[in-house]
Design a protein. Structure first.
Length: 507
């Protein structure tokens, strides 16, 4: 007969092994955690110490091959230190070093150290912000942060919101609420219960021709189709034209179509332009349109000392997008979606007995899934909270304003160069659009600028962006890093000339 103790020995042995795989109260788990965190911090710091450029300069195929060689899995366990050594060259060093002063391509910021520390807490406790019983204290901290944010944007106590993964989710949520509110108001149709009304094909969304692509993407996902997005022309400052907006509205009415949402942009991706929000709010009110403001980029102006006035009228928005993984220096992903009237979230509210039973509402138990299109959701509010508490709003504002000052200085410096054409001499935020145009070269300048941007990256000199203006290829500096200085910009311009001369000989 098998002894019960002997029969259970393998299970006990494995249970002890499992102890070292998870962080919990036992010393074995905590020792493993401390050891692996120490090793990880060492290799990260080592990688940064060895950093000489924003990128290694390797071409895509080379990196692809190096990473693919990692993609094998063995049946037995592997020492963590050995694994990190294996990952360092192909994975860590081949990253874009976003904290480098010459990494100024996209709306992709260097993360603050308090935000990085918060990421550890978020992962360790692994709270899910859908039901209160999965995130007791986290729920109240997020609600408090939403209340603070709403106040910063000039909303009343009737406002509400939720943290999101970023602008895509926030813009989609705003247009979803706008669609359902319109269907209920105009046709008495509850989309949640009965689906879209027969007239839904008439619904139209208005935005500027330089609005973020997620407006169109949302329209498609909402079943309205790409044709539902009506583009409004922009002026010389790349802001929505009020006269053309009025023309488009009149034209839609003449076609018996139903405009239901107006999207204002507070910080376009390329030029950082801010639509005339105050005037758009007035038109939206007069035309009974849902006014959504995409301030994913420009929302950081709430902490700026010198540019906050540019947000005038944003408090009239029915809904609002703001990202923190841009000018708030948070690690991806971290954003928020706000609504002026908390009742708007009724269009998202679904109850499940196992998650957010309706009885919870009567007992005052908050289940944040009622305000989100997501179920499982990270405690990203902690990152912004910890950063604000550690750094303070004054220093935050100084860092943001520094990037605006540098952008203006950069535009002035570039405009003084005979072979550089600057498209926005007075940057609205902190992006500068320009083009290398040597006077003795009149061939394909678009191809030349494209090659320059690619070679800067492949040679590891700098990470800058390229974009299109009126069908022509331009280069772009996105100056988010407060550690970037004019000397870094000047060095990049010198490299642009060097590479420009090289490629002119091959074209």
């Amino acid at each position: 007969m098998i002894n019960v103790v002997e029969r259970n020995l393998p299970a006990i042995s494995k249970e002890k092994m499992y102890d070292s795989l998870f962080l919990h109260k036992s010393e074995k788990g905590q020792a493993a955690f401390r050891e692996q965190m120490h090793e990880m911090m060492n290799i990260i710091c080592e990688t940064f110490r060895e950093e000489n450029a924003p990128f290694t300069g390797k071409e895509p195929q080379t990196i692809q091959k190096e990473v693919e060689e990692l993609l094998y899995f063995q049946s037995s366990n592997q020492q963590f230190t050995t694994l990190l050594d294996e990952l360092k060259a192909p994975l860590f060093k081949n990253n874009l070093q976003i904290s480098h002063q010459k990494s100024i391509a996209h709306l992709h910021c260097p993360p603050l150290i308090p935000a990085i520390a918060a990421e550890l807490v978020i992962s360790v406790f692994n709270q899910s912000l859908d039901s209160w019983d999965q995130s007791p204290s986290a729920t109240y901290l997020e609600e408090g942060m939403i209340k603070w944010l709403a106040g910063q944007f000039g909303y009343s106590s009737n406002a509400d919101g939720t943290f999101t993964s970023g602008g895509t989710q926030s813009n989609y949520t705003g247009l979803l609420l706008a669609r359902d509110e319109c269907c209920l108001r105009l046709w008495g149709q509850n989309v949640q219960e009965d689906g879209l009304p027969s007239e839904f094909h008439k619904l139209r969304i208005l935005c500027s021709e330089e609005a973020h692509f997620t407006v169109q993407k949302s329209a498609v996902q909402l079943g309205l189709g790409d044709k539902a997005v009506i583009k409004v022309k922009t002026d010389k400052q790349h802001r929505m034209s009020l006269s053309h907006l009025k023309h488009q509205l009149a034209d839609l009415k003449a076609q018996d179509l139903v405009p239901f949402a107006l999207v204002g942009t507070c910080g376009t991706t390329d030029f950082g332009s801010i639509d005339p929000l105050d005037e758009l709010a007035t038109i939206a009110h007069e035309e009974a349109l849902w006014f959504h403001v995409d301030a994913a980029f420009g929302g950081a102006l709430i902490l700026s000392k010198s540019h906050k006035c540019k947000l005038k009228g944003i408090w009239y928005a029915d809904s609002l997008t703001v990202d923190f993984h841009k000018l708030f220096y948070q690690s991806i992903s971290c954003g928020a979606f706000l609504v002026k009237n908390k009742k708007s979230f009724r269009f998202l509210n679904h109850h499940a007995d196992y998650l957010n039973p309706i009885e919870d509402e009567g007992e005052g138990i908050p289940n944040l899934v009622n305000k989100s299109i997501l179920t499982s959701r990270r405690f990203d509010a902690l990152k912004l909270f910890l950063s604000l508490k550690t750094i303070g709003t004054d220093l935050f504002g100084e860092m943001i304003d520094h990037t605006f000052i540098l952008a203006q200085t950069t535009a002035e410096y570039l405009s003084s160069q005979e072979d550089i054409k600057v498209e926005n001499l007075s940057p609205e935020l902190n992006t500068v659009i320009f083009r290398y145009e040597p006077q003795d070269f009149s061939s394909d300048r678009c191809k030349l600028n494209r090659k320059i941007q690619q070679e800067l990256m492949y040679e590891g000199r700098a990470a800058i962006a390229k974009t299109s203006v009126s069908g022509q290829t331009f280069l772009k500096f996105t100056i988010l890093n407060p550690r970037t200085k004019l000397k870094h910009i000047q060095e990049i311009v010198d490299d642009i000339r060097t590479l420009g001369r090289k490629w002119r000989e091959h074209m």
